[in-house]
Design a protein around this ligand. Sequence first.
Ligand code: PLP
Length: 395
Amino acid sequence: MANKKMTSLGKQKSVIRELAGFGAERAKVVGPENVLNFSIGNPSVPAPKEVKEAILDIIQNETPQAVHSYSAGNGMESTRKAIADNLNKRYGTDYGADNLYMTCGAAASLNIALAALIEEPSDEVVVLAPFFPEYTVFIESQGGKMVLVEARDDMQLHAEDVEKAITKNTRAVLINTPNNPAGVIYSKEALEELAAMLEKKSKENGRPIYILSDEPYRELVLVDDAEVAWVPSIYDNTVVCYSWSKSLSLPGERIGYILVPGKVEDKDLMPAIGGAGRALGYVCAPTLMQKVIERCVDVEPDVEVYKKNRDLLFDGLTEMGYVVAKPAGAFYLFIKSPDGDSETFSDRAKEYDMLVVPGTGFGSKAFMRLSYCVDTETCEKSLPIFKEMMDKYYR
Ligand code: PLP
């Protein structure tokens, strides 16, 4: 018999995938241009030209052995050094290659970091709603318990709410800013309050509570005055999980890293990351992509289309009376269904061939997620539908 837990995970229906499948079927009938698909977070902006140039140059000018061999388990030293240099330049830190572990994307980074941190089945990982639904799978699969902090309508971080979820068993608080699905960026002040609270609680508990900072959207900042704070500079016991899936539009390449700063209390944490990477089979991230990242680490993403789509949707929807969490980053909007029932709204939207994801799986049932990493025309076409739905069902 196959493992029951894994079978059930494998058979579980993902709402997002189901919606995408529905969209694909409808596209055959009405044409793809008439399906307004806001379901999946696949970047619509192509990877920067520097990525293509690097791939071609590496393949043409390096030996096949150099391009296709295994790297060291934790990744190539030169790539890790290039990433450390980039972070040091931006955040005034002093990381070296040894603070980094290369991974196959943020999902791998999170699983490895969780496996390295969770010691006992009673260990708890606090997650703030709304959250990326895979967190539940990752935390439970790595042997921990997920404890959820409910969101307020502003979808922001409130340390006093998190404090209520902390117990003797809290091992880590998992945060994601800029946030999927709400698009909000946590302010430096809110993170400082969180850090002060966690320092106090760590002392009371007699072991550190870590911040796991999941940051695949770090560079996707869409408002001029927004700053994504560097969490390790605010709280010493921070582990950063990163990938280039969104910032360089490389979700299929599976490339990311874990950063363990030298200031973390447990000096065995990096060896534990190495052990977890081995145990999970996530060693030697793709060599070609490590080489590409080494060359492209300073390349910045083009966020102009995301900015345009965000403004168009946010302004249009708020004008119609929809409640929308103010998005400052990533490429998602989190909209409240006017009657608080996002599943019915999503079903009704399907009748217009418009696909929006109900927020139930993200931990906020009243809201739904729109991935606006689509072409601007799709956003434009959606506004009259939102208007008609508001007038028809919710006035
Ligand atoms: N964390 C968040 C918040 C995400 O939105 C995603 C992907 O959508 C991931 C992690 C996983 O990223 P990756 O594709 O790099 O594994």
